[in-house]
Design a protein around this ligand. Structure first.
Ligand SMILES: NC(=O)C1=CN([C@@H]2O[C@H](COP(=O)(O)OP(=O)(O)OC[C@H]3O[C@@H](n4cnc5c(N)ncnc54)[C@H](OP(=O)(O)O)[C@@H]3O)[C@@H](O)[C@H]2O)C=CC1
Ligand SMILES: CCc1nc(N)nc(N)c1C#CCc1cc(OC)cc(-c2ccc3c(c2)OCO3)c1
Length: 198
């Protein structure tokens, strides 16, 4: 399946978190994240892979993220299918192995896999050749914003590996999900982008 990193990052610093949570709450951005990570064409289902801390930071009423296979990584987990929607894994490889067998076991093929954070997971996976796409919400702040967690790889200041693609390529990747530009919410203005390997 296609494996994509999906992240919302502040420009130019690449800030993504503060005190274990997100430094912002952007209503339309959360909807975009939900729509993009949930949408499939035909049958099948998508998976979201996250680190244990990100799992813990999602408000309990919102987890597991619905209509997606939620994979949570922790070095102290046993590799197991907790239930039909939640898989525990203690390595990235083990998580991808379990997703393979998930497809056959519940006769639902995994269509897309989204790496949804956080910083430690992004750092480890951004260099994995299996990751072919970056879906980056580029956020600009009118007033300075405090962040303490960053994207673990250079992107906005220039990347030797990744290049930003034209909006029409993002549109075809996400299908009939509406793409708005320069969305303004409070102190923030943001845009959705797609990056692929050079
Ligand atoms: N802006 C955005 O788009 C997003 C921002 N965030 C933010 O990121 C921050 C959280 O990121 P971070 O603190 O880095 O934590 P992570 O969410 O990346 O989780 C880290 C934990 O994941 C487990 N883990 C990491 N790598 C592996 C591996 N290779 N195999 C097995 N387990 C592994 C470990 O769990 P253990 O310690 O149990 O072994 C580790 O402590 C928060 O502030 C959150 O709000 C999160 C998602 C999206
Ligand atoms: C939704 C934010 C987001 N945007 C983008 N572009 N990429 C991402 N990887 C994420 C993310 C994430 C994980 C996460 C962290 C979190 O707190 C730290 C809260 C949520 C979350 C919070 C509320 C939700 C929801 C997800 O879906 C529906 O309602 C989701």
């Amino acid at each position: 399946p296609t494996i994509a990193i999906i992240v919302a990052a502040l420009r130019p610093s690449g800030g993504i978190g503060l005190n274990g949570k997100m430094p912002w709450r952007l209503r339309k951005e959360i909807r975009y994240f939900k729509d993009v990570t949930t949408r499939t064409t035909g049958t099948g289902i998508n998976a979201v892979i996250m680190g244990r801390r990100t799992w813990e930071s999602i408000p309990s009423k919102f987890r597991p993220l619905p209509d997606r296979v939620n994979v949570v990584l922790s070095r102290s987990f046993k590799n197991e299918m907790v239930d039909n929607n939640v898989i525990h894994a203690n390595s990235i490889d083990k998580s991808l192995e379990q997703l393979q067998s998930y497809g056959t076991s519940i006769a639902k093929q995994i269509q897309r896999v989204f790496i949804i954070g956080g910083a430690e997971i992004y750092r480890e996976l951004v260099n994995d050749p299996a990751v072919s796409h970056l879906l980056v919400t580029e956020i600009d702040a009118k007033e300075p914003v405090e962040v303490d967690t960053f994207l673990g790889f250079p992107l906005f200041e220039g990347s030797a590996v990744w290049e930003k693609r034209p909006q029409k390529e993002l549109q075809s990747f996400i299908g009939d999900i509406e793409l708005e530009n320069d969305i303004e919410e409070g102190n923030f203005v943001y845009n959705y982008t797609l990056w692929t390997r050079k």
